[in-house]
Structures are given as C-alpha cells and as structure tokens.
Design a protein around this ligand. Structure first.
Ligand code: FMN
Length: 186
C-alpha cells in the first residue's frame, strides 16, 4: 500500500472547525497515512528541515492540507515550502528527490464559489490562484493532481454558518479526498 504523507499547514488546529475534522477523518479512513501537524511541531516556526525532507523521501504520495489564507497557503506552510524544498533536494541538478511523487492540494476556503468568478468579489477562479503551487509541482517533478477544495468553510459564531454545517462540509470534503487518494494508492 502506498504511503501517504499529509502536511497540515493550519497555524492552530485547536481553533479549527474544518481542517481538524478532515485530518481526524483521514487518519481513520486510510491506514498508510502519516499526518505531520506543522502547528504542533513548530509553534515557534523553527522547522526541522532534515526531518521534513526525510518524511518526504519516505512518502509515495504527498498531500498539502491547509486553509486558504489571503488566496494562498498560511505563512507556516509557506515557510515549510521555502525551507524544505531546497536546491539539490527538490530542484537543481541533483534535486530529483521528489520526482514522480503525486502532489495533491486539499484546501478549505471561506468564501463561496460564486465569489471566485470574474464578477464575484474575489474575481479569479481557485485553479488560477493555485498556479504557483501547480508550478511548484512541475519544477520539482512532482505529479500535480486535481486539487480537492471546499467553499463556505468559515464559521464565525452568530455571523457565518453553523458549526454543524461546516463540519458536515468537512466530512464531505474528506470523502472526496479519500476517493482521490484511493485512485493514487495501490
Ligand atoms: C488570515 C486569514 C486569511 C483568510 N483568507 C481567505 C481568503 O483569501 N479567501 C477565503 O475564501 N477565505 C479566507 N479565509 C477563511 C479561511 O479560509 C477559513 O477560515 C478556513 O478555511 C477555515 O478552516 P478551519 O476551520 O480549519 O480554521 C481566511 C481566514 C484567515 C484567518
């Protein structure tokens, strides 16, 4: 069975309603999964690069699980990308260590689908906003997979949604993610 590595980029899962549910359900659904919670490991943002690179070497499939922040990844996950995907590891003349590994983005998005259209308040489609990460896959030789994302994932008590609704969306999200991973693992 292929080994799935999930890098959780949420900056504080103790204050998460959706990523927390997705990670817990994933661990239940797939035996060969390893979840690395960056918030737990690196509350001080001091990333153990060697340990992270070893985790990547050991993996067959890599999932980046994160909440969409300012149309991108949260700062902790960006720092992980900047520091872990180094020259001659992820790119460069000897940087073939990730080559051929599938990369699957799994993200939770606060805004509704219609916001991410030309006349919506976020203008651009999600797939377009994810292009830097898609290009990251090409440069590293990883195999970019169709991302899995869900809209309407923000819960602010008394303002947006209910906890029950966003948790249900998180479980639906996990179902799609597990199906995508089953297609990649043997
Ligand atoms: C700092 C910050 C930036 C955010 N930026 C966006 C954004 O650019 N687009 C969007 O649709 N939602 C945005 N959101 C909403 C988050 O995507 C949403 O709260 C998150 O996916 C919920 O995940 P959680 O329940 O695991 O915390 C942002 C939230 C925060 C806190």
């Amino acid at each position: 069975m292929s080994k799935v590595l999930v890098i959780s980029g949420h900056p504080d899962l103790s204050h998460s309603y959706t990523n927390r549910v997705i990670l817990a359900e994933l661990e239940q659904a797939i035996d060969t999964i390893t979840v690395r919670r960056l918030d737990e490991r690196y509350p001080d943002f001091r990333i153990d690069v060697a340990a992270e690179q070893q985790a990547l070497l050991d993996a067959d499939v890599v999932v980046l699980q994160f909440p969409f922040y300012w149309y991108s990844v949260p700062a902790l996950l960006k720092k992980w990308i900047d520091e872990v995907l180094t020259f001659n590891f992820a790119y460069g003349p000897e940087g073939d260590k990730l080559k051929g590994k599938p990369l699957l983005l799994s993200l939770t998005i606060g805004g509704p689908k219609e916001a991410y259209t030309p006349l919506g308040y976020n203008h651009f489609p999600i797939a377009e906003l994810l292009k830097p990460l898609e290009q990251l896959a090409y440069l590293t030789g990883m195999v970019y997979q169709p991302p899995v994302w869900s809209h309407g994932m923000v819960y602010i008590p008394g303002v947006y949604n209910t906890q029950e609704l966003v948790e249900r969306r998180a479980r639906e999200h996990t179902g799609r993610l597990v199906a995508a991973l089953q297609g990649l693992t043997s």
